[in-house]
Design a protein around this ligand. Structure first.
Ligand SMILES: [Zn+2]
Length: 150
């Protein structure tokens, strides 16, 4: 089941979500603006986690070496992540919204895959496909399926 989860490490607030992520159209009156749900404890937007996509058996057979490459599994320290996130945002053609610097989730190292997945989770609408295609071109990784394409 798709769900919204709190991005703060150690927080287990979550709510069920539709399997297609809702896109909030800009409302004329800002008081009626639709919003993603937020964590009542941390006052941060919850992160959308789509249904896991089962691997396409045909594709798996075609690509026997179906493992994440070294580059994607390289860990980046907290210090290096802003730079990496900036580069990846540019590559994906999405705005780098930065990251809130509070909360425990800001203290742990992340792999490039995790940084890509987190950036991709904030990407909506038609930007998702162009962002995914840019990552596939550069790294052979499809953030929509979270799998390698070659
Ligand atoms: Zn929370």
């Amino acid at each position: 089941m798709a769900k919204w989860t709190c991005p703060i490490e150690g927080c287990d607030v979550w709510v069920g979500a539709p399997s297609v992520r809702p896109v909030h159209k800009a409302a004329l009156n800002p008081f009626f603006q639709g919003k993603d749900p937020h964590c009542p404890t941390h006052f941060v937007d919850l992160r959308y986690e789509p249904d896991p996509v089962p691997p396409d058996p045909a594709k798996v057979a075609k690509h026997p070496g179906y493992t994440l490459n070294k580059e994607l599994l390289t860990s980046y320290s907290i210090k290096d992540q802003p730079e990496l996130r900036k580069d990846l945002s540019k590559l994906m053609g999405i705005p780098d919204k930065g990251h809130k610097t509070h909360g425990k989730n800001f203290t742990s190292a992340q792999t490039m895959k995790q940084v890509i997945d987190n950036l991709f989770a904030t990407t909506q609408g038609t930007m998702r496909d162009s962002a995914a295609e840019a990552v596939i071109r550069a790294l052979g990784y499809d953030p929509r399926t979270m799998m390698m394409t070659k």
